[in-house]
Structure formats: C-alpha cells, structure tokens
Design a protein around this ligand. Structure first.
Ligand SMILES: Nc1ncnc2c1ncn2[C@@H]1O[C@H](COP(=O)(O)OP(=O)(O)OP(=O)(O)O)[C@@H](O)[C@H]1O
Ligand SMILES: [Mg+2]
Length: 364
C-alpha cells in the first residue's frame, strides 16, 4: 500500500493495483475500484478490479488472517457466472486485501431503492439467478452466511453476481462464541440465536431478499438489532400479497416457505426452491377468500381491512390452512362444515345457552 495509512484517506495503490476510486464502505472495511496495470509475467493486464481492504484490527489478528486465507482459498475456487470471482488474497504493508471481479452496475439494495416497483418477472429472474449461484456454492460446500441485497450485485445486463461468500464465517469464527455476525434483517432465526448455520440459513436470507424485492422492505424491521432478531425468531411474517397486490400466489407460497422459522419447514435445498420458482404463474393472484367470512369488511378502512386479512391468514396458517383454497361460499355445505370445525366451542356454548333458555321458558 502507498504511504497513506489506513484511515479515511484513499490509498494511491494497494499491491499491484492502482486505486481509481472508492466504491463503498461495508461493515468489514472499504472497497475500492482499482486497475491492475502493472505487467504480470511481462503481460500488462489492464484489468479493472474491486479491492476490499480489511480493517486493521482484523488484519493484525493472526488467527483471523490464517482462517481468512483458508476461507478465501475455498471461495476463490468457485467459478460461476452468478458469483463474483476472487482474483487474489494479499497483504501489503500490513494491510490485508481481497482483489475481486469488478461489477459495473449496482447492488440490489440500491436497485430496490431506485426502482419504485420491480416487475414480478424481474423478481423471478433475479431470484433464479441468485439460486443458481447459491446452488453451485452449496454443492461445493460453501455457505454464504450473509445473503443481503448489498452483497448481490446487478450488472448492466441484469446479470446477478453474489459477492462476499464465506467472509462472514471467518469473522464469526474469531469472534466470541455465541455472538452473531450478519445483518439482522436477513438473519435466519438459528443465526439470530447464535446456533449453527448451514445452507438452509442462506435459503432463509434469500427468502427475505425476495420479500424485499416485492414489497421494498424486509418483513422484520425495528429500530434496534435485538428487536429485529427477536422478530426473526418469534414473529410470523405478513404475507407479501398484503403489501403488494400483484404478488403471484405461487411466489408468495415460495417466499413464506423459504422464511419458515423452523429449518425443517423450509426448502431442503436451493435446487428444490429453484424447481418451484420455475412453476410460478405470474398472473395467478393470491386468492383473498377470507373476505367472504367478513362481508362487513367493505365498510372498514383499507388499513383495517388489510390488518384483518392478515390476522385471518395467520389463523388459517395456524389451523393448518383450513381457510385457504376451496371455493367457500356462505351457501355451501363446505363453508358451514369448516365453520363448525373452527368454531365448535362457540356453537356448543350457543346450544347450551339455547337449551337453558328453553328449559327456563318451559318451567315458567
Ligand atoms: N465486486 C464489486 N464490484 C463493484 N462494486 C462492488 C463490489 N463489491 C462491492 N461493491 C460495492 O461496494 C459496496 C460495499 O460493499 P461491502 O461488501 O464493503 O459492504 P456491505 O456489503 O454493505 O457490508 P459487508 O461488509 O457486511 O459486506 C457494495 O454495496 C457495492 O455497492
Ligand atoms: Mg458486502
């Protein structure tokens, strides 16, 4: 690294790379755009790269450095169109850095912020590309651990490139046991609880990203990390179709399955998720049958009606989805059968009261 010390100053060069500008700042240091213009084996590459410089406190930690190198080596063997390639893990003047493929575009976080409504077809396309990158990594035994929109880059041709694979793992390994590394809004319940995480935790985080692409906000937000983590573990998500009316039914089911609290209820693999994404009919909307149970909803405010529908859906979910599906009209036997199944204690109470009243009238 050139004479500049690691502070907020931008170095003129790092290793064999000439710094062109700053691309961003993450939790783990700064990221720069650079050019590799010095000849390697007599060949001038003139290759534009992105360089992540690790913070000095981590760079100085020899255990971290060792583990990071091992992890970086594993990640650098990943070669996939939807994964950012790692070119080099290096050290210069006591500073550790990773040189990687530069993606000319923007990260998904900025894309979501800039795009008012992302077309459903694009959401499906992006999700499938993320799945392909993850499927490849998982089959090579690499779990990402920090899937979030800022780690998903979108180039000018709408090709997805996932970055920062496995980096969170090294940081987690050298931090205090039980502590968590990751971004609370995208963290799986098991990760939020400091438990062991695996490929299914990536599936959860991907489900959250898909939810955000649809509705512009992740399902669990709060004003502090602890509160978000609590919601990840305990709070049921509001179905995305409540926030975005053109959510395809199948896509909603896929997202809700990906973000199930219990790992066993989620997709077993990215492959399975990908197969389901292939079956999404973008024009099939979520069936809002629950309105049939509340004809008076029409008089309620839209917000109150939305809230009521959410509650109905959650209840439906808890009751094994009895309210979902079939065309239930108040005139159908199926409707009353369902009502009887759900509300039998109420019916029993009404019958008892009626009986008591009849006895009372009869006696007097
Ligand atoms: N390979 C790359 N090519 C182009 N831009 C990149 C590349 N990698 C990262 N960026 C940009 O730099 C920003 C910061 O990235 P960085 O990974 O440092 O931060 P982060 O993802 O927000 O946080 P974290 O440290 O938790 O990963 C990204 O959001 C992205 O916009
Ligand atoms: Mg990142």
């Amino acid at each position: 690294m050139s004479k500049n010390r690691y502070v907020d100053l931008m170095p003129a060069s790092i290793g064999k790379y000439k710094i062109l500008g700053k691309l961003g700042k993450g939790g783990m240091g700064d990221i720069y755009k650079a050019i590799q213009d010095k000849p390697v084996n007599g060949v001038a590459l003139n290759r534009v790269v992105a360089i992540k410089v690790l913070p000095p406190q981590l760079a100085r930690d020899s255990e971290f450095a060792q583990r990071f190198e091992i992890e970086a080596q594993a990640v650098s063997t990943l070669e996939h169109q939807n994964i950012v390639s790692i070119y080099e893990y290096g050290e210069d003047d006591g500073y550790r850095f990773i040189a990687m493929q530069y993606i000319d575009g923007m990260d998904l976080g900025n894309y979501i912020a800039e795009t008012k409504v992302i077309a459903v077809s694009d959401i499906i396309d992006f999700s499938k590309q993320i799945c392909r990158g993850l499927r490849y990594a998982h089959t090579h035994n690499v779990v990402h651990r920090d899937i979030k929109p800022q780690n998903i880059l979108l180039d000018k041709n709408n090709v997805i490139h996932i970055t920062d694979f496995g980096i969170a793992k090294t940081v987690a390994d050298v931090t205090v046991t039980g502590s968590t590394v990751g971004t609370p809004e995208y963290m799986s319940p098991e990760q939020a609880q400091g438990k062991k995480i695996d490929a299914q935790s990536d599936i959860y985080s991907l489900g959250i990203v898909m939810y955000e692409m649809l509705t512009r906000k992740p399902p669990f937000v709060a004003n502090n990390s602890m509160a978000v983590a609590y919601k990840q573990v305990h709070e049921p998500p509001m179905p995305p179709s409540v926030k975005r009316k053109d959510t395809p039914k199948q896509l909603e089911l896929i997202i809700l399955k990906a973000i199930k609290k219990e790992k066993r209820d989620r997709y077993g693999s990215v492959e399975e998720l990908l197969t389901h994404l292939d079956t999404v009919d973008p024009n099939e909307r979520v069936d809002r049958q629950t309105q049939l149970f509340h004809p008076s909803l029409k008089q309620e405010s839209a917000a109150a009606a939305d809230e009521r529908r959410i509650t109905d859906r959650r209840n439906g979910d808890r009751r094994g989805g009895m309210l979902d599906g079939a065309n239930q009209s108040v005139f159908s036997g199926e409707y009353w059968k369902t009502m009887l199944q759900i509300n039998w204690p109420t019916w029993l109470a009404i019958a008892a009261l009626g009986g008591a009243l009849a006895i009372h009238v009869f006696k007097h």
